[in-house]
Design a protein around this ligand. Sequence first.
Ligand code: NAD
Length: 502
Amino acid sequence: SGCASLKGTPTMAIEPLTNFVNGAFVKSGASEFLPVRDPGTTDVLTQVPLSPKEEVDAAVTAGAVAFREWRRTPAGERIQPLFRLKVLLEQNRDEIAKIITRECGKTYVESDAEIQRAIENIEVACGAPSMMQGVTNEDIARGIDESMVRQPLGVVAAITPFNFPLMVPLWFMPYAVACGNSFLLKPSEKVPMTMMKLMELVAQAGFPKGVIQVINGARDVVDAILDHPDVKAVSFVGSTPVAKYIYSRATANGKRAQCQGGAKNPIIVMPDADMETTTRIAADSAFGCAGQRCLAASVAITVGDARNEFLERIADAASSRKVGYGLDKATQMGPVITGDSKARIEKLIAMGEMEGAKIVVDGRQHKVSGYEDGNFVFPTILDGVPHGGELARTEIFGPVFSLTHASTIEEAIAMCNDRAYGNAASIFTTSGAAARQFRYEVASGNVGINLGVPAPMAYFPFSGWRQSFFGDLHAQGAHGFEFYTETKVIIERWPKEWSRKF
Ligand code: NAD
């Protein structure tokens, strides 16, 4: 993975991004930089340093020093800068939405929605004083009490993907610091600008130096994090091969790890579904964020008579979607992240056709006027994608919706479960019995009923299964507090006879 194709001659006229270390914006001594491009124009927005290992080491050291004081700071005090950060995010919402759109390509409305989901995680993390509480039993034996407390781990790190430049880092950071850890982030090198803007707000919010830090870079930064003995926990979100790699290396080094991977999310459309709502929701799921959401519907399994009507309606929805630059008001769908990504998606469309699928709506070869160089792939519908084929198993991560067919709900659920990924699955039906059977039997961590993007709220765990998740404790909510704390059990005996007589 990574982004080899973006490596080019850096436009040094543009001042490169810095890192954020020990409370300051620090120039990287990197010898290599990557251009960060606007996916809608392919213009270079800035340069991102591929920071060397020594800069990770310096940040971990600063984080470890900050931790000594931060863990002693009462939780009720630790959450005060998080409250301020929430307000700062609200005040800077428009500017941040524009940064997200420029570097990531999604529409302004989608960027704004992402900010909302990010803020919600800060709100939930502010519950730390309650959520970190331990438990006590008096008299586990006569006169002996036992209690369990939760203590922070130390320096913890996260490595995040390109598709949610703000929200995914905030699946981790607020919980980590509210629990008393110091937090080190390596953002995606494709979208590093949003996090540098967030660090300006972090500096204003008044977190002590070293408690929140960012080191920009790619694989070398990741490996330095994975091998550093003072990094106690690693959170990852990205593709499955990288998730597996990070999970293996982090755990082999004795760290806690939670690694969220790729997806290939099915939806079942029952013949009794309300077709108008179903199609609208399914289209938003498949084509929202240009299909680059880990909860995006990727395969529709129509059951029985649902087939023809759904095909007709979804083809309409796909061909009428307005594709364009994310900051243009009329735009309903933006570009995909890189030229590589566009090429990969177009190859997969061709592969689907070779495997016997019919291209009902072809999103290749379209240009957006005024943005001829942008990485645009238009909504695409493939019908009759063979369930056993390679395309049915491959994550596309683009605006391509594959249709396939089943005769019964049992067959459809079996098709959902016969896949390596288990991030999300949805059913569209007006039957309670069908909905119940589906939610009970489907092998997926996030389940939607008459819903296209079953994204858990911040107070629920983001529950990927199988190849979509490696680890035990998920991101967000109560799992976040557990992941970022170590339990300590204390058993005490204080006989009265030992008391000094007064
Ligand atoms: P990616 O795996 O290419 O990159 C993710 C991060 O890993 C980046 O920070 C990158 O620098 C780093 N990385 C890449 N290759 C590496 C390597 N060989 N060694 C070490 N580090 C490496 O993912 P992406 O393209 O940025 O994001 C898209 C993927 O993320 C999709 O597969 C999508 O399904 C997945 N995703 C999953 C979830 C989820 O909740 N499960 C959420 C968002 C995205």
